[in-house]
Design a protein around this ligand. Structure first.
Ligand code: HEM
Length: 205
């Protein structure tokens, strides 16, 4: 299991090393590397969020406990990339001009929506440890259900940015819709019930 966890960490950290290489100029990020880096980190944050959400369905489909063993780590990677994305925005697009932040929010309200999504991730990251889980008891689960609202906010945030071309947005929105539908008990029960016949089919083919 340790090897599995390390492998997941190694894969999840790849965009970070790519971003470091990009920031150092070792990778060509085009004419506006700061903007590219911000967009890349935003996409990685959203992708990691969806992968985190996929762990419970994968556990139910495959009955392998390993998926749940990496869920917390994936959630923390999501927070890490969302934070880097926010910092990249402040550094490269805003040039640390705090006075411009309010004007930016007024002109581009999606910045506010993204910030709300990040603020939602913050308590989840801070309470992702076993001690917090024990202390919060049942409230921990309720708090962590926030992840669905955060996913919706992040998708709205992205939609606002990419309005002109929705193809890329759909690449995230469709799996997100599927993962959300999974939370409807009737849907997940139906899919898991199909596991048996599907296995038989695979054996016979
Ligand atoms: C810290 C708060 C956040 C701020 C200030 C922020 C800011 C921004 C800005 C300014 C852009 C557009 C950049 C441009 O047009 O050049 C953007 C795009 C984006 N952001 Fe955020 N964001 C935040 C949080 C988040 C979070 C939490 C997520 C996902 C979990 C996210 C995902 C995205 C995505 C997917 C894009 C579009 C990327 C693309 O089109 O390639 N953002 N964000």
């Amino acid at each position: 299991m340790l090897l599995w966890r390390l492998a997941v960490a190694a894969v999840a950290s790849l965009p970070f090393w790519y971003a470091i290489a990009g920031a150092a100029g070792a990778v060509d990020l085009g004419v506006d590397p700061g903007k590219e880096l911000t967009l890349l980190l935003g996409q990685v944050a959203l992708a990691e969020l969806l992968v985190t959400l996929a762990m419970t369905p994968l556990r139910q489909i495959t009955a392998w406990a390993g998926w749940l063993r990496v869920r917390r780590q994936l959630g923390l990677w999501t927070f890490f990339y969302a934070t880097l994305h926010g910092l990249a925005f402040l550094a490269f697009l805003l040039g640390w001009q705090w006075a411009d932040l309010w004007r930016e929010i007024a002109e581009r309200p999606y910045v506010l929506v993204g910030s709300l999504a990040w603020l939602g991730l913050l308590p989840l990251a801070l309470t992702s440890y076993k001690a917090a889980m024990r202390k919060l008891g049942k409230r921990w689960k309720t708090l962590h259900q926030l992840i669905y609202l955060i996913a919706a906010l992040a998708l709205l945030h992205m939609l606002w940015v990419v309005r002109a071309d929705m193809t890329q947005w759909l690449l995230y929105a469709l799996p997100a819709a599927l993962l959300l539908a999974w939370r409807v008990p009737a849907v997940s029960t139906w899919i898991v019930a199909w596991r048996g016949p599907m296995k038989k089919l695979a054996k016979n083919s």
